[in-house]
Design a protein around this ligand. Structure first.
Ligand code: AMP
Length: 283
């Protein structure tokens, strides 16, 4: 095992860009202009290993890296005994069973006897096995969605995010086998100390992205109503303004609630409402 902690990350594909943004948002400073296999982070005792997304789990399981970033679907498909340290909130998709639009199949019992193309044979076999449905697996590495058109298969199990690829290929979803997103994973020797620091920093970015910092001015008389709307992590901060009877209220609100919260704050008497991003947050 190397002295410096190693984090294996995707070097291409869908998870590459969002992973690079996460590392940069966490304040890791590195440059990989020549697209080297590994690079030492300047400001933290950490080495990044740039590998194919599907190899991340294996490298972590082998102890070549102590931590890795990969998709939950790949982790489940690999069957490797790794620990999900934290979910990262990107690379969201579903592993979906689908049939051609003109198929009479409406639920998974209809998959009996069908040829099912998939790049996730392990998860697929387990899913249909547990449901007591006998089908024939057609393992493929890619282009799963065109298998029915080529008459290589009658149905597919493939990853879907928006669903547009399936739509374009004339496929209709029937069931979801697995919900996936990118995750930080740790090996059997998942280290305390430096490893935990890396996990904490990435978690802080992920948590920050889900929240907004909200500031507003309000008459003191509206404080109870406003506190009820935005209770914050512990309680909102309240700072007196130079104008007597007026206060500034600061709080943290889930980004997904802003749509509902802002009009209520305005109605409760708040004005000068500002919504700011949070770069990192440890609740
Ligand atoms: P790659 O094959 O390198 O582009 O990476 C594929 C990984 O990205 C998958 O294993 C998933 O974890 C994730 N992913 C997210 N959305 C999708 C999608 N719509 N199709 C395929 N993979 C997706």
């Amino acid at each position: 095992m190397s002295e410096v902690l190693r984090l294996a990350v995707p070097n291409k594909g869908r998870l590459e860009g969002p992973t690079a943004r996460l590392l940069s948002d966490a304040g890791l400073s590195y440059e990989n202009a020549e697209r080297a296999l590994s690079v030492r982070v300047r400001n933290v005792a950490l080495e990044l290993l740039f590998v194919r997304t599907e190899d991340v789990g294996e490298l972590v399981a082998d102890g070549v890296a102590q931590l890795g970033i990969t998709g939950l679907d790949l982790l489940a498909e690999s069957g490797l005994p790794l620990e999900v340290v934290t979910l990262l909130g990107f690379g969201r998709c579903r592993l979906t069973a689908a049939v051609p639009n003109d198929s009479p199949v409406t639920d998974i019992s209809g998959f009996t006897g069908l040829r099912v193309a998939t790049a996730h044979p392990r998860i697929t076999a387990r899913y249909f096995g547990e449901a007591g449905i006998e089908m024939t697996l057609v393992p493929l590495r890619g282009s799963v969605e065109v298998a029915p058109k080529l008459d290589v298969a009658d149905a597919i199990v493939d990853l879907v995010s928006s669903g547009s690829t399936m739509l374009v290929n004339g496929l209709r979803p029937v069931a979801t086998l697995l919900e996936s997103e990118a995750a930080l994973v740790g090996g059997p020797g998942y280290p305390a100390g430096d490893g935990e620091r890396v996990a904490t920093m990435l978690q802080a970015v992920v948590a920050g992205r889900r929240q907004r910092y909200v500031l507003m001015n309000a008459p003191e008389s509206a404080l109870d109503d406003i506190t009820a709307i935005i209770p914050g992590i512990t309680a909102p901060s309240v700072v007196p303004l130079a104008t007597r009877g007026m206060v500034a209220v600061h709080s943290v609100v889930a980004a997904s609630d802003m749509w509902e919260v802002l009009p209520r704050l305005e109605k409760a008497g708040a004005s000068g409402i500002l919504v700011l991003p949070i770069e990192q947050m440890i609740p």
